[in-house]
Ligand binder design. Structure first.
Ligand code: IMP
Ligand code: MG
Length: 187
């Protein structure tokens, strides 16, 4: 049973961009590539809460080298679809980035402010290296200089939900990634 099909009838979703199966295949490829790149090198994967959580836990299970897992929280969007350039970051107590080879797992890079702020914070905390991995990339809206090391899919300039991505904290549990109908937020 294709779960994406039953959800696609949800009027809030204008169009499905990537099905559960397409996402799983791409995450597997990313995991394989990361496993090759980190062979023989200790790896610490850091998921970015909340949007990156779903991707992160899928990704680590496709990585075959030993790793440790942590999460940090970053928020740049409040309850809307317009980005804010100020990024709030909170790191759980007891976590230290010092000396780690870190791979950040995030849902999407849009303007780039969030990923840049998280990366710089981890480097400032003494990380040995910080690479970045996003399941989605919205290149049309970039406002900062930042290279993403691993990208799942490039997407057009549309507001998307599902697979961890939300609108007003909803739709994170959709197994696929879809474009949110404008009627949901343009009232
Ligand atoms: P940036 O700082 O503009 O790159 O934004 C990154 C953050 O904004 C991501 O971590 C997401 O939480 C959120 N975001 C950006 N675009 C979308 C979208 O299309 N749907 C849902 N969340 C988004
Ligand atoms: Mg996010």
């Amino acid at each position: 049973m294709d779960s994406a099909k039953s959800y696609a009838t949800d009027p809030a979703i204008e169009r499905v961009l990537f099905t559960e199966e397409q996402i799983a295949a791409r995450v597997k490829e990313l995991g394989e590539q990361i496993s090759r790149d980190y062979a023989g090198k200790p790896l610490a994967v850091i998921g970015v809460l909340r949007g990156g959580a779903v991707f992160c836990v899928d990704l680590i299970r496709q990585i075959s080298v030993p790793l440790e897992l942590s999460f940090i929280e970053a928020s740049s969007y409040q309850n809307g679809t317009t980005p804010q350039t100020e990024v709030k970051i909170s790191i759980s107590r007891g976590f230290t980035a010092k000396g780690l080879n870190i791979l950040i797992a995030e849902d999407i890079i849009d303007t780039g402010h969030t990923l840049k702020a998280v990366r710089e914070r981890l480097l400032a905390e003494g990380a040995l290296s910080v690479k970045t991995c996003c399941i989605l990339n919205k290149p049309a809206r970039r406002q900062t200089e930042i290279d993403v090391d691993y990208i799942g899919f490039d997407i057009p300039d549309e507001f998307v939900v599902g697979y961890g991505l939300d609108y007003a904290n909803k739709y994170r549990n959709l197994p696929y990634i879809g474009i949110l109908s404008r009627s949901v937020y343009e009232k």
